[in-house]
Design a protein around this ligand. Structure first.
Ligand code: M6R
Length: 615
């Protein structure tokens, strides 16, 4: 939520910051703004709407050239998406500019105090108080970093703050608590951003900031301290992808590119997981095999698409380890007082590694003494850093708000974790594990084959653009796939879409079926448990008899469904538990094409942001 960029160096700060904001626009696109230090003063511009509005405003009213600046692209929390609420926020004298991601929970109290001291606050945001407090502390100390530390100690909530002051040239100061901020270090220049994508075109050398730390960026170096002023340990790392990975690469949308990247993402996530003896190895697992043997239940916490990956993981974990596995929406988890102890293994799944609901759930789990294993796509992000172990998905940067390749790689990672648990607990033989790994290794090619046959799915989607509702049905692992298909359609096409367990239909939802209502049905393999397959074929007949237009996703060779499918989408035959890896792909393509046909913004659907860093 919200993208932040800061720069100090010898290039035009405005150019660097605007290019960085372009890369971070996926984090929020309600409004955008920039501020640069130039000619002994501070100049700012901000505009409601997408970055393009700000670009136009800067053409009409150019800012002076400076080499120190900050920028922001917003996902509104406090105050609507107006010019006035856009960041940066300035103090009354216009000497300090601040950009913010997160929520300052005690802003009302601070605002009242500032008003009493004669400050005039003009926006509806929580952020503006910080600009005024920083101005006060800077005039008392003459030190922007110290001013930031003093202010941060008074703030409650989650925040990333980045500020510049006209009287502190060549300096950018940032701070973070429970909200992402990374530092990029170049030759004679330095960067601050919510995500490395903002500066990857300039440097791949990055520094992780810890909780409650303040960073000072100068041309010749970076200083990090705690909010208490003590020097902090600096952890540097090398970003292992380059600028081209964050570009559209000839596709109209990032989402299309990311759908197409899935075969590689799946293959990359499997790479290096099997050691020469045939045993599975995972990244940074700081949980001993003995501790894993003592685990008596697994609890998965995640949100949105990652939650659907967790629902699928449950089938694999319970089947391969014979251990109970609960899956919970991270936003609900800590509020229901879950039963956890040192024998529970909590798995937190998150593409971004910054989702606040998931972060809070994992912190709660650790407070109860449980070990936490993160499945994450973003190196150095908060969720893996606060977990006991991490398995990285190697999907590469996912920019489109709708999650696609991250989902498939989360599934691969979940299967690996399930197998690993089976390995250390002895519930799966080595040859059985290797057989599943061989099946997983073939999936990349199968996904490729699915992608090659998507034109009829796109054509079908275009014919449904005027529909109001699409329903999705599935059984077993096909049920979470149905939920994921519905989520994609909601978030991209803004249509009423719902996923159901096919067996539940007769308990109420079947009343929704009417003439020509499109219903997508994910059919399990007839080679798995035939009873499952037979039941869903009956379900298809039931809805068809009531007028539904059936869109059936079934594996090659499944002839039983043919008479009941108004539209048939074929997927390669896979082992039952792995079917979601191929069955989800047509649903991604379907949603993307329907959104396009309805004239929606595919990469930046309304009201959403890629990384949800508020609860
Ligand atoms: O970064 P995370 O995986 O933690 O994000 C979780 C959800 O916000 C995310 O999957 C969301 O549901 C997607 N936009 C769905 O496409």
């Amino acid at each position: 939520m919200c993208g932040i960029v800061g720069y100090v160096g010898s290039q035009s700060a405005l150019d660097v910051v605007m290019a960085g904001l372009k890369r971070l626009e996926y984090r929020g696109y309600d409004s955008a703004g920039v501020a640069v230090l130039a000619d002994g003063g501070l100049a700012a511009a901000k505009k409601a709407g997408k970055l393009v509005n700000l670009e136009k405003a800067l053409v009409e009213g150019p800012l002076p050239t400076g080499s120190t600046g900050v920028g922001h692209t917003r996902w509104a929390t406090h105050g609507g998406p107006t010019d006035g609420n856009a960041h940066p926020h300035l103090d009354n004298a216009g000497r300090v500019a601040v950009v913010h991601n997160g929520i300052i929970e005690n802003f009302a109290v601070l605002r009242a105090e500032l008003a009493e001291r004669g400050h005039e606050l003009t926006s509806e945001t929580d952020t503006e108080v910080v600009a005024h407090l920083l101005a006060e502390e800077f005039s008392a100390t003459g030190d922007l970093a110290e001013a930031m530390r003093l202010v941060c100690r008074r703030l409650e909530g989650a925040f990333t703050l980045v500020a510049v002051h006209a009287d502190a040239p060549d300096l950018v100061v940032g701070a973070r608590r429970n909200s992402p901020l990374v530092v990029g270090v170049g030759e004679g220049e330095a960067f601050l951003a919510s995500d490395v994508a903002a500066f990857i075109a300039h440097t791949r050398s990055a520094i992780e900031l810890g909780q409650d730390q303040v960073v000072e960026l100068r041309r010749d170096g970076v200083t990090v301290t705690g909010f208490d002023g003590r020097p902090a340990e600096v952890r540097s790392y090398h970003v292992d992808w380059d600028a081209s990975a964050a570009e559209k690469g000839g596709y109209d949308y990032f989402m299309l590119k990311e759908i197409a990247e899935q075969p590689k993402a799946v293959a990359d996530t499997l790479l290096g997981r099997i050691d020469p003896s045939g045993s599975l190895t995972l990244d940074e697992v700081r949980i001993s095999p003995q501790e894993l043997r003592e685990v008596d239940k697994v609890v998965i916490v995640a949100c949105g698409t990652a939650f659907h990956a967790g629902l699928i993981a449950k089938y694999a974990i319970e089947h391969w380890t014979r251990m109970p596995c609960e899956v919970e929406l991270a936003s609900e988890f800590r509020y229901r007082d879950p039963i956890l102890d040192g024998r529970s293994l909590v798995i937190a799944i998150s593409q971004s590694g910054e989702t606040m609901d998931t972060l809070m759930a994992l912190r709660h789990a650790r407070e109860q003494g449980s070990k936490v294993l993160a499945i994450c796509n973003t190196n150095g992000s908060t969720i893996p850093r606060e977990s006991d172990a991490v398995l990285y998905t190697h999907a590469g940067p996912e920019v489109a708000v709708a999650s696609t390749k991250a989902f498939l790689t989360q599934l691969v990672a979940c299967y690996l974790v399930a197998l690993y648990l089976g390995q250390v607990r002895g519930t799966k033989w080595g040859d059985e594990i290797q057989a599943v790994i061989r099946d997983l290794s073939r999936i990349s090619e199968e996904v490729d084959r699915v992608l090659e046959t998507m034109e009829p799915v796109r054509a079908l989607a275009r014919t449904l653009a005027a529909k109001d509702t699409v329903l999705f049905l599935g059984r077993h692992v096909g049920y979470p796939v149905a939920l994921e298909g519905a989520l994609k359609l909601k978030e991209l096409a803004y249509m009423h879409a719902e996923g159901f367990a096919a067996g539940e239909l007769k308990h109420g939802p079947i009343a929704l079926i009417e003439e020509d209502l499109p219903v997508v049905v994910v059919v399990p393999s007839p080679r798995g448990r035939s009873v499952l397959h037979d039941k869903i074929v009956s379900n298809i007949q039931e809805i068809r008899a009531r007028g539904a237009r059936t869109i059936v996703i079934a594996e090659e060779g499944d002839e039983a469904v043919v008479p009941y499918a108004d539209h048939l989408i074929r997927i390669p035959a896979t082992p039952t538990l792995l079917q979601p890896l191929v069955a989800t792909v047509p649903l991604q393509v379907f949603a993307c094409e329907l959104a396009t046909a309805r004239g929606n913004e595919v990469d930046q659907p309304r009201n959403l942001a890629k990384s949800v860093t508020v609860e």
